[in-house]
Design a protein around this ligand. Structure first.
Ligand code: UDP
Ligand code: MG
Length: 157
């Protein structure tokens, strides 16, 4: 396996679902060449939100963040690919939609620093923890994609 092969966690947040942007956003990850290795819809519990956003629990906006994240179900997506973590963060864009570059998901569809459509893991360490937080091993799939070598040029091997 390519040593730069990574797995990362995406959460389609409630505003992505409520604004009917799920398909549009998923398509961007697919078209980039990332592989969908797990998908499920869920309503995130209090415990899991507090765990997932443990770096923010002391912030004054934590309660509104929690309400936002529980406003509807979310869709959890595990993605795989070469350099998947950094590539995905670039596609998603920085936290505040109004500061994100056009072309990024947040830059194109979001104005807010809270309702910013998607979560994407920010490091290899967090990606591993976050995937384990939301997926059982049996819910993740390993399979071949025939376009793999077309998408990942020789210099990756
Ligand atoms: N957030 C917020 N207000 C802030 C910063 C963050 O409501 O001032 C929310 C926002 O939804 C963000 C999430 O908390 O996506 C997690 O924050 P983080 O700093 O980890 O940003 P991200 O990694 O999502 O860009
Ligand atoms: Mg983050």
């Amino acid at each position: 396996m390519n040593p730069k092969e990574e797995k990362t966690l995406i959460i389609m947040k409630p505003d992505a679902i409520q604004r009917s942007l799920f398909g549009e956003i998923l398509q961007r990850f697919e078209r980039k060449g990332l592989k969908i290795i797990g998908v499920k819809m869920t309503k995130i519990s209090d415990v899991l939100i507090e765990e997932h956003y443990s770096h923010l629990v002391e912030k004054p906006f934590f309660n509104t963040l929690k309400n936002y994240m529980q406003a509807s179900p979310v869709v959890l997506i595990a993605l795989g690919g070469v350099n998947a973590i950094s590539a995905t963060r670039l596609i998603v864009g920085p936290t505040k939609g109004h500061e994100a570059d056009a072309g990024s998901i947040r830059g194109d569809y979001s104005m807010s620093g809270q309702s910013n459509l998607v979560h994407a893991s920010d490091s290899a360490e967090n990606a591993e923890i976050e995937i384990k937080r939301f997926f059982e091993e049996s819910e993740l799939f390993d399979y071949e994609k025939p376009d793999y070598k077309l998408i990942n040029a020789e210099d990756h091997f």
